[in-house]
Design a protein around this ligand. Sequence first.
Ligand code: HMG
Ligand code: MG
Length: 303
Amino acid sequence: MYRIDGLPERVSIYEVGPRDGLQNEPAVVPLEVKAELVERLVDAGLTTIETTSFVHPDWVPQLADASDLLRRIERRPGIRYPVLVPNLRGLDRALEHGVTEIAVFGSATETFAQRNLNRSVDSQFTMFAPVVARALENGVRVRAYVSMCFGDPWEGPVPVSQVVEVGRRLLDLGCFELSLGDTIGVGTPGHVRALIEAFPCGPSRLAVHFHDTYGQALANTLEALRCGITVVDASAGGIGGCPYAKSATGNLATEDLVWMLHGLGIETGVDLESLVATSGWLADRLGRPSPSPVVRALLGKES
Ligand code: HMG
Ligand code: MG
C-alpha cells in the first residue's frame, strides 16, 4: 500500500449511474434492468445511489418511469436514494414516493441554463427557491449541482468567479452540499484547485462531479482530494452524459475511482469485484462494452 500524505482516510462515493449514467441512453432501458442496477449497486457496497429524475418526461424520456422505479425498488435502511428535481411539479412527484433527499441542478452559464432548464441563470433560482424551501419543510435534504463549472460548449472557458457566485446562491437557498460539475470534461487539475479554493464555504460542503470526456477525471479527482474534498460523484462502468450538451460523455467510472482510492489506502466500502460484475452485466444489457479501463481490464483478466 503506497499512501500519499494529506489525503482523506475515507471517501464517500455518490453513485450517479442510474440517473446520469442512463439518462443519455438512446434506447429505453427496461424498468426491471434499472431496478436490478440499483439493487446490485447497493449489494456492491455503494450507500448513496442517485436513482432517477423527476424532470419533465418529454425532456428526458429515458427516466419517464421514475415513479414506477421508486415503487419497484426496495429502499434499504442506511442507504440514500436521492433523485433529481428541477421544480415544484418534480418535487410533488418525488414526495408522493416518500423521497428523503433530492438534488436541484443549476447552470453556471446562460446558454446551458436555457438549453437544460428553459430558464436564464437568474430565473433558475426563482424556480429552485420554493423547491428547496418546501423540501426542507418536509424534512427532505437538498443537494445542488452547478453544471459547466470549467468550460461550456457554447461559451468556452467559464470564469471561476461566475461559478462561485452561482454556487453561493444555491448554498444560500439551504442546500447541504454543492457538487461542482465538469459537464463536458474539459477541466484540468490546476483549474480544479483554483475553483475549490475560491469557495468561501471551504471543501467540507463541496463535492466533485467529473465527466471523463478528455480523460482528466481521475487526475482532477486526485487534486480535489488534495484540496480537502471527500465526496466524489461517479457512475458505474463510466456510462453517462447529458442529452442537452452533446459534448458531455461518460462520467468518471466508479471502478476507476475505487481502483485509485483503494490503491492509495483510502476506504470506500465498495467491493470492486462485485461492482465490476455489475458493470459487465449492464454493458451486456446496453449492448456495448464499458468505457472504463478498470472494468475492461478486470473483466478481460485471465485467472
Ligand atoms: P418548461 O417547459 O419551462 O416547463 O421546462 P414549465 O414549467 O413551463 O411547464 C410546462 C409543462 O410541463 C406544465 O404542464 C408542467 O406541469 C409540466 P401543463 O401545465 O402545460 O400541462 N412539467 C412537468 N411535468 C412533470 N414533471 C416535471 C415537470 N415540470 C414541468 N418536473 C423544465 C422546464 C425544468 C421542467 C425542463 O427544462 C426540464 O425538465 N429539464 C430537465 C433537463 C434534464 O434533466 N437534463 C439532464 C440533467 S442535468 C445534468 O445531467 C448535469 C448534471 O449531471 C451535472 C453535470 O454533469 O454538470 C446534474
Ligand atoms: Mg453529469
